[in-house]
Design a protein around this ligand. Structure first.
Ligand SMILES: [Zn+2]
Length: 297
């Protein structure tokens, strides 16, 4: 029986009220092919480009959406894990992407700052939606949406929105089909040639609208790693925490909430990516007589 991969790290991200769980299994720089995997990955070659996006800056210029087919998997795993495993084992014909998405399962194989092999445009660039020059492989983050499944597509829309927010990209201009890098067009299904993302292409505009809606619900704070909160109390007894929370809400601190951490019920207010904003709130609370401290998450 196959040994399933274990993620190196599990990362939770927020998109408005939605949360995504990302299983990170980043291909190490020193992983080499044990056989000829593709014309550009021969036995002994590195399994990924080992280069940064956007001329070495590592800042993604855009996002590329792909579809790939569903696969049968053993019980206890899912297609996103299995595609990741196939990538590690050199069974993906040299394709290396940043994310595989199947239903709610997301596996990340490349750091968001590095180049993959997915767009079939080698190391070329073409005119992009903003009138600049962009290359699918050279400059974009790749997401593979597995199968014609609506849940997978929904998860991909959330993930794209999150990445747009995180990197200052605009869902209207900076999200591309794989087709674009091959043919210079997003929307059209072109004859009998390979079309990707095959299942999303027929309703590509609707998909982008979905991304835009998730993007609108996503705050910049959602994408920052460190979140600062103001803590007003920590209690062993839950009702004490609830009472303090109610008092805070009454006094206008509407977003006061109770979290349970290490057996204590903590009353916190606000969630800020920028520490100064937490300090401002802390000063307001102090002025009203609360004993506060700033906590990081
Ligand atoms: Zn594709």
């Amino acid at each position: 029986m196959a040994t399933f991969l274990k993620p190196d790290k599990i990362v939770k991200v927020k998109i408005g009220n939605n949360e995504l769980t990302i299983n990170q299994k980043i291909i190490p720089d020193n992983l080499v092919a044990t056989k000829n995997v593709a014309s550009y990955v021969q036995k002994g070659d590195k399994m990924k480009p080992c280069a940064k996006l956007n001329d070495g800056t590592g800042k993604p210029k855009a996002i590329t959406v792909h579809n790939t087919d569903d696969i049968k998997v053993a019980s206890g795993t899912n297609a996103a894990e299995q595609y990741t495993r196939a990538t590690y084992n050199g069974n993906m014909n040299g394709v290396v992407v940043h994310f595989y998405v199947w239903h709610n399962d997301i596996w990340q194989n490349l750091d968001e700052s590095e180049r993959g092999w997915h767009a079939a445009d080698g190391s070329t660039r073409r005119k992009d939606h903003r009138g600049g020059q962009t290359g699918g492989n050279l400059d974009t983050i790749a997401i593979e949406c597995i199968s014609a499944d609506s849940e997978s597509e929904e998860t991909v829309a959330k993930l794209v929105a999150y990445l747009c927010k995180k990197y200052g990209l605009d869902p209207k201009y900076d999200v591309y089909t794989h087709n674009y890098w091959m043919y210079g067009k997003d929307e059209t299904v072109v004859g009998s040639r390979k079309n990707c993302p095959i299942y999303i292409l027929p309703h590509w505009k609707k998909f982008l609208e979905k991304v835009s809606n998730y993007y609108a619900s996503c705050s910049t704070a959602d994408t920052k790693k460190t979140i600062y909160k103001v803590q007003c109390g920590a209690f062993a007894i839950k009702s004490n925490a609830s009472n303090l929370k109610s008092k805070l809400v009454k006094e206008g601190f509407d977003d006061a909430y109770v979290v349970s951490i290490n057996g204590l019920y903590k009353v916190q207010v606000g969630a800020f990516a920028v520490k100064d904003n937490a300090v401002k709130l802390q000063n307001e609370l102090k002025a009203k007589g609360y004993n506060t401290l700033i906590v990081q998450q």
